[in-house]
Design a protein around this ligand. Structure first.
Ligand code: NAD
Length: 267
């Protein structure tokens, strides 16, 4: 059941210049939403914004003030903010354990984890002023599974899953839903170097269109605190965290005594 109508909703999308984010901008605009596109890639970001009849704002999600400015633009230009897709992300390009480079690691965490935290904190007051809203965070399948080829990326994507599941319950009082998507390999510039290898192996990829449709569905639905694992040919449904407490309203977090006694695993 839809709880929100895209028509006239105001959306903010980070990493909106390319791939999944750009496709979400297009689908939101097609549904009647007004879209603020954020990215560090000014040229492509402006192109997407023009295409969807929205606004572009140069935003480096590593800087909290940039997210605050993007939210302010949405409210100034469109009067409100309802929908947020915290999607900007990057990988280390396969940094190994022995090849650890602190600067590469810092940049990854600054974008993939801190960028989501700053975006959420910047958006919340505006979502509350709008009477509620929806946030979707782009994690990754490697936010719920190991990724030996880029353990740092997996760590950053696991981190945002924990964030989403933890804040869902308190945000429900503000009528704000928050969910994560955990897509497998998706055919975007993000994996440009791998597409030919996957094709040669017959390995199926998700399309940005499929992934964006799930983002829009989560923005207009009632779910909260969920992580949607997305894989080609598999049903689109929340990942089941078996044997541990859930997230969202009606799912109280474990008490300190449960954690100390280990009872959470039996709950
Ligand atoms: N493509 C995949 O296989 C795949 C799979 C799972 C998850 N993801 C995640 O999906 C999200 C979107 O990736 P995509 O596949 O569309 O890739 P993409 O490279 O096409 O888009 C990522 C966008 O993020 C922007 N960006 C990077 N650093 C930024 C920063 N500091 N501030 C603002 N914007 C910044 C880039 O400029 C780019 O436009 C990422 O979080 C990525 O980790 C991708």
């Amino acid at each position: 059941m839809l709880t929100r109508d895209l028509h006239d909703a105001v959306a903010w999308v980070t990493g909106g210049a390319s791939g999944i984010g750009a496709t979400v901008c297009r689908q939101l605009a097609a549904g009647g939403a007004r879209v603020v596109v954020s990215d560090v890639d000014v040229e492509r970001g402006e192109t997407v914004a023009a295409e969807v009849g929205g606004l572009f704002v140069s935003t480096d999600v590593r800087r909290p003030a940039d997210s605050t400015a993007a939210v302010a633009l949405a409210e100034e230009a469109y009067g409100r903010l309802d929908l947020v897709h915290l999607n900007a992300g990057l990988s280390t390009g396969g940094m190994t354990l022995d090849g650890f480079d602190p600067a590469t690691y810092r940049r990854l965490m600054d974008v993939n984890l801190d960028g989501v935290v700053y975006g959420l904190v910047a958006a919340l007051p505006a979502l509350r002023r709008a009477g509620g809203g929806a946030v979707v965070v782009t994690s990754s399948l490697s936010g719920i599974t190991p990724l030996p080829g880029d353990a740092w990326y997996a760590a950053s994507k696991h981190a945002v899953v924990g964030l989403v599941r933890s804040v869902a319950e308190p945000l429900s009082a503000d009528r704000v839903t928050i969910n994560a998507i955990a897509p497998g390999f998706t055919n975007t510039p993000f994996i440009a170097d791998l597409v030919a290898v996957f094709a040669a192996d017959g390995f199926p990829l998700l399309s940005a269109t499929e992934v964006a449709a799930v983002v829009v569905r989560l923005m207009t639905g009632e779910d909260t605190g969920q992580v949607y694992a997305l894989q080609p040919g598999r049903p689109v449904e929340p990942y089941r965290f078996r044997g541990v407490p859930g997230a969202g309203p009606g799912q109280p977090p474990p008490s300190p005594s449960q954690i100390v006694s280990g009872d959470v695993m039996r709950g």
